[in-house]
Design a protein around this ligand. Sequence first.
Ligand SMILES: [Zn+2]
Length: 525
Amino acid sequence: MKHKIVIAIYMRLSQDDGDSDRESNSIVNQRHFLYSYVEKHFENYDLLEFQDDGYTGANFLRPGISELLEKVKNGKVDCIIVKDLSRFSRDYIEIGAYLEQIFPFAGVRFIAVNDGYDSDRFKGNVAGMDTSFKNLLNDLYCKDISVKVKSALKMKKESGIYANGSCTFGYRKDPEDRHKLLIDEEEADIVRRIFQMTLDGISSHKIAQIFNAEGVRTPIEYKMERGIATMTPKGKRFEWSGSTICQMLRNVTYAGDIVYDKYETPEVSGKSRLKPRSEWKVFRDHHEAIIDRDTFEYIQKSRGVKKAVKHKRHPLIGKMECGYCHKSLKIEHTKNPYFFCGNKYVTQYKGCVERVNVQFLEEYLLFRLQEEAERQADIHSICMKVKNRIEQELELLYERKNQTEEKLKDLQTAQTEIYEEYVFKKRNKDDYIEEKRELKKQEECYMDLSDDLEKRIKTLQEMLSESGTDVYEYLQNRSLTELTQEVADRFVKRIVVYDEWNIEVEWNFSEKLPEEVREYQLAFL
Ligand SMILES: [Zn+2]
C-alpha cells in the first residue's frame, strides 16, 4: 500500500498586501482556494494547516512558518502548497535557498499554485510560466549559491563540485556550468609571473614592491572591474602586499586542486576557526592547473614553513592605524618593541609611521585613562547631586499630578451635576450653558497641565538612567597599572598615529559632560 502523504498548506496575510489584494488574499479565501486545489489533485493524504495573520513576508520571523519549517526539518511534511510564492516569502534570496536547496534536500515537494510552480515538474525549465516569475527563477538558478545554506553546500563540496562563492584570482566560473573553473589568461599571467619570480629567488615583499611600482592591478581591482566586488582602498589606492603574494604562493587551487572544509564553526562560540591541515579535504586535479604540480610543490618545499616565534597578540593590534596611509600598524618584537607601518616597505611612502615605542604608547594611554577617571569622578559627584534634585523634583511632580487628576475628576462630577439640575429644571438653559463653558475651560487647563507634568516626569526619568561615568565606575574597585586586552577593548576605539608626538585617540566613551546633566546643573546649582 502506498504511504499516505502529509500535505501542509500555508497561508499568510499582512499589512503589506495592497487594499485591493486584501480581500482575495484573506486567510479564509486562501484556505478555501488551497482546499479545493488539494481535493482536485491529491488522494490519500493527511492535511496540515499553517497560517500567519498580520505578518510581513519580508522575513521568516513568523510563528506559523517557523512551526512548518520545524516540521520540514523533522521530516514530518512531504509537500507544501501555497497560493502564490509571495505568501511563502517576499525575500527572493531566501525563496531561492528554500526552492533550490532546503526543500530538495529534505525531499519536500513545493507547489505555488498561481505561479504554476511545482518542484516535481520544474527542472530548470520555465516554459509556460508567468513571465515575472520566470525571470525570478532564472535569476535564482543563475545566482551564486547562498552561503546561508550550509548543509546543502557541504554536500556539493563533498561530491567535488566547485561551490565557492567567488573564485580564486586567475580563474573564472564557466558561464555554461557554474560549478566549473576556467583559466582567466590575463590574471593567470600574473600568477605565473609571481611563481617565476619566486623561483628566481625574489622575496614576496620585493615582488609586491615591483608590482606596485609597475602599477600591476591587484586581485580586488580585477574583481571590481568584473562587477563582482566593491571596495574602497584604505589608503590612496589598492596595493599589492607581501602577504597577498604569500597567500597566492600557498594556494593549491593553482595546482588544480580544491581544498575545502578548512574551517569549523563551534556551536558555542559561533566564530569559525581553522582546522588542522590534516583534516582538510582535498580534491586533486579538479580543474586545469595554472602552475604545474612539480613547480608548485618545489616552491612549497623551498619556502618551507616559517617557524615564527609565538608572541602574544598586543591588545592594541587592530586598533592602531597609520595617519598617513591608514593601514593598520604592525608590531616589531625587539628588545624595545615598537609599532610601525608595514606598508611603507611596499609603497615607499615617506609619511608612514616609522617607529612608535610600545611602552611609551601604553603609558600614554594609561595616563589619559587615569585623567579621564578623575574627570568622570567629578561628573559623578555632580550627577549624584543632580540625581538628588531630580528625585526631589519628581516627588513633587507626582504629587501635583495626583492633585490634577483629582481636580479633573471633580470637574467631571460638577458637569454631571449641573446637567442634572438643568434636566430637572432647577437651572435655566442660559445659566447651564454659561456654567458648563466655565467648567470645560477649567478642565482643558488641567488637562494641559497634566500633559506637561507627564512630559517633565518622562524627561527626568530618562536623566536618572543616564550614566556617562563608565571609566570611573570601572576603576572604582580596580587599579589601572597595565593596559590589558579588557581595558583596551573597553575604552579604546581607534588610535591614529602620525608620529610619537602626534597621536589621536578615539575613545569608546564620550569626553563631553552629558548634555542633560549640564543643562540641569546650570539651572539648579
Ligand atoms: Zn602607512
